[in-house]
Write a protein that binds this ligand. Structure first.
Ligand code: GDP
Length: 528
């Protein structure tokens, strides 16, 4: 096998999806601990002290170094290399999260044992389903009283529409938590609270028939466990690798992230069974990870930690080939060659200059606005990876400038900030308005703050009569021209120069669609 195939085969690139407070951050920390990647206790934690208070969030974002480094966390585990891609925590950032999920090969779903399937889990699961992303499930907070495990699995199956295959099973819960049984190996791992267990120092019995288990948990509890296991085996499905890889079945683990209990069992199973990078679709052909030439796409852009330098980091997921420091890559959208110097890697939560990277890895490329979300890179072939959409925003505001002389700065700021993907910027054909679209209101505050902080522009955002936006596509040039003339009042251009219909009301949109046969109104714009 070639180096590329070997390196690709040992990559595991994934993201954690969960409802806020289910334990994503805590679990991330424990996983990093196993990978030897944590240097500071609480290094993951520090980013997210407050999700709802706008001002705190901004102060936090100012320490952008932290959020850039924790965007991707790479660590070795057994003979594998794990890439954990962070999904933004704030509910407003659904679109960002979506794009992160296009860059992973699998996901890990965290569920609070007391709360079960929550609203954001459902949404994220819908996103995973679009690409049939394989999902493992961790039911967390077992050290607390929660719901009946069988009911929880029922809920996952009925609400999320995915079959459950329990791999570990809890012995008790809350005060009575004694451990978990591994349903594949038969091993029993005891829970001894108050210690941060690794596999080596937790008590393990080879099976539930070990007489010492009865000594530890007592005969009544053991009898209860036997009954329950019988029930579980009758009612649930055994792990089926093919079904898991097809996104139809989720292996389920129970544990307590904060106590580091049940986490290593999950991680062991994960590195063994979770998929390595798989072939990816482009507009012209499928690209296999084992191909020798470098390809990749940009799924995220983030302002760099030093606002003085105004450069941005583009996160590129490598799809095939080998990346070597200083190599040139071909940017399909512009047809230009770009030197990938000083690319960042995310090993061990430190930013280091990367020498090489392989399929499944993510590298951070410094640039000054020359790279956009969705850009594909190769070694010369024109390739456009598909499936990285821009969603139509749902909220719109007009930018109002306090100092009219700063118009140029404002335009530049809005355009650059929308490259990061959280907001979108539109210019109507018939007016000088600058309209910003977002999926959550918080983003307008964030943009106003950053315009001032990074561009020296004092702007506010006021309501504007736009209800929704649709990207216009029409292959017939004459029809398009006619449409443009008739609808000029409601048309605009987005930051990428694409024609967009800015509908003042939903009813207006519907009428416009009915009247314009042969013209497509798209709710997402594929980056290409
Ligand atoms: P996130 O919002 O999903 O990132 O959740 P966090 O990891 O920040 O966890 C939310 C809260 O749940 C924090 O107070 C954690 O300390 C707590 N927590 C996480 N895991 C456990 C667990 O296993 N047991 C208990 N009792 N609390 C936990």
């Amino acid at each position: 096998m070639s180096d590329v195939s070997l390196e690709a085969a040992r990559r595991r690139t994934f993201a954690i999806i969960s409802h806020p407070d289910a334990g994503k951050t805590t679990l991330t920390e424990k996983l990093l601990l196993f990978g030897g990647a944590i240097q500071m206790a609480g290094s993951v934690k520090s980013r997210k002290t407050s999700r709802s208070a706008t001002s705190d969030w901004m102060a936090l974002e100012k320490e952008r170094g932290i959020s850039v480094t924790s965007s991707v966390m790479q660590f070795p585990y057994s003979d594998r290399i794990v890439n954990l891609l962070d999904t933004p925590g704030h509910a407003d950032f659904g679109e960002d999260t979506y794009r992160v999920l296009t860059a992973v090969d699998s996901a890990l779903m965290v569920i609070d044992v007391a709360k079960g399937v929550e609203e954001r889990t459902i949404k994220l699961m819908d996103v995973c389903r679009l690409r049939d992303t394989p999902i493992m499930t961790f039911i967390n907070k077992l050290d607390r009283e929660g719901r009946n495990p069988i009911d929880l699995l029922d809920e996952v199956e009925s609400v999320l529409g995915i079959q459950c295959a329990p791999v570990t099973w809890p012995i008790g819960m809350g005060q009575r938590l004694k451990g978990v049984v591994h349903l594949v190996s038969g091993e029993v791992h005891l829970y001894e609270p108050g210690r941060n267990f690794t596999r080596q120092d937790s008590t393990i019995f080879a099976s539930i028939d070990d007489p010492k288990l009865e000594e530890r948990i007592g005969a009544p509890m053991l009898a209860e466990l036997r009954d329950e296991l019988e029930l579980v085996q009758g009612a649930s499905h055994p792990f089926d690798l093919a079904r898991y890889l097809a996104g139809q079945q989720t292996p389920v683990f129970f544990g307590s992230a904060v106590n580091n209990f049940g986490v290593q069992l999950l991680l062991d199973f994960f590195v063994e069974h979770a998929p390595a990078p798989r072939p990816r679709a482009t507009t012209s052909r499928e690209v296999a990870p084992s191909e020798p030439q470098l390809t990749g796409f940009v799924f995220k852009i983030q302002a760099n930690m030093d606002p003085q330098h105004r450069d941005r980091v583009a996160f590129m997921r490598i799809c095939s080939g080998k990346f070597s420091a200083g190599m040139k890559a071909f940017q399909s959208r512009t047809g230009k060659e770009l030197k990938l110097a000083n690319a960042l890697t995310f090993m061990a939560s430190d930013r280091e200059i990367v020498e090489t990277a392989w399929p499944g890895d993510v590298i951070g490329i410094h640039n000054h606005g020359t790279i956009s979300i969705g850009d594909s890179f190769s070694e010369g072939e024109v390739l456009h990876f598909t499936g990285i959409p821009n969603f139509a925003p749902e909220l719109f505001r007009r930018a109002r400038l306090r100092d009219p002389l700063k118009l140029k700065q404002l335009q530049k700021g809005l355009a650059q900030l929308s490259e990061e993907g959280a907001t979108q910027f539109f210019r109507p054909l018939m007016s000088n308005d600058l309209i910003l679209g977002a999926v959550g209101t918080l983003q307008f505050d964030v943009v106003a703050y950053r315009l001032k902080d990074e561009y020296g522009v004092d702007a506010s955002f006021e309501p504007v009569q736009v209800a929704t936006a649709r990207w216009i596509r029409c292959d017939d040039a004459r029809k398009l021209e006619e449409f443009r003339e008739k609808n000029a009042m409601n048309l605009g251009i987005d930051a990428a120069g694409q024609l967009v219909y800015l509908a003042p009301t939903r009813v207006n949109l519907q009428l416009a669609q009915e009247r314009a046969s042969g013209v497509e109104f798209l709710a997402t714009r594929e980056h290409a």
